[in-house]
Design a protein around this ligand. Sequence first.
Ligand code: ATP
Length: 346
Amino acid sequence: MSIDAIDITKDFDGFVALKSVSLSVNRGELLALLGPSGSGKTTLLRIIAGLEWPDAGDVRIEGKSVLRVNARERGVGFVFQHYALFRHMTVFDNVAFGLTVRTRHLRPSKADIAKRVHELLELVQIERLVKRYPSELSGGQRQRVALARALAIEPIVLLLDEPFGALDAKVRKELRRWLRRLNEETGMTSIFVTHDQEEAMEIADRVVVMSQGRIEQIGKPAEIYENPANPFVCEFLGSANRIPLTWADGKMAHPAIDLDAITVRPALVGAENIYVRPHDIDMVKDAAGVGTVRFLSVVGPIARVDVEVAGLEKPVEVDMPAHRLTRAGIEVGAPVRLTAVKGHVY
Ligand code: ATP
């Protein structure tokens, strides 16, 4: 199902949580709402779900306004970060819940419910835990139950609010991929909220970057990464280095980064700052270089290096393959020269 949020505004006692937000989700799409804490992601999701009402604007599913349709009847499955499972119910009953509370003429038979629950538990790969209570499950298992429960009602739209936020890195990765596959196999339209840019970039078809109740940019992961619409998006997506610029006769002048390598696109002329991502900087040892290595850590194959540059408030972060660092003989205290990779300056 396609979803449109049109000019949504939401005010909580004078605090504007959403400022005229519009977005369209295509049928079958997996969309990520990405942004820092307090940017309005959850509020937007809750409005789409029907758990919250906008002060202005409209929500449409398949082109029809659903503002007057209550949450239960919107056909929306919802999963929260904190698996709100019923503690006194087994896994089976938790998953069956949405089916058993249906009005009589819609309620499946007991046998059909049992069949459906087993199918769902198989889908989320926890069939053997059917008789357990939530307290007897790990975090990842509980989240799978929550997913199975949301899917039980055969939602036309699946909404997930930081569904994997509370899980450890390995389980999170596994469930992320599972969600991606589920989306591909079922063709269900899904929107998930996250503040983890890696999560959004890895599995979403498109990413909506939000900040302070507004949408900063919407696009495919590679699009927003390669062409960030503004400094906020650029910094939020990849811990970019902000380098203040000075200009002389229409020419950029700054000692921190070798400027020959920077193509001064017309859009950059006169800019107060440029942004360069840590892995888009080349570093060589050079006694005449303007930088000095201050900190160095090697995480697996990647070396993260902080380079102090006179005139810059913050050190420039550089990422490079660890073996190149060793080969170049770069260590703490070494003088270095930095070059920005052509075209990768924002
Ligand atoms: P997080 O990642 O921390 O969950 P978020 O991007 O999902 O953040 P929201 O939960 O949508 O942000 O909140 C947006 C803003 O609206 C926040 O400043 C929050 O304090 C405020 N807010 C949300 N719900 C309410 C409420 N019921 N009453 C008052 N203010 C609220």
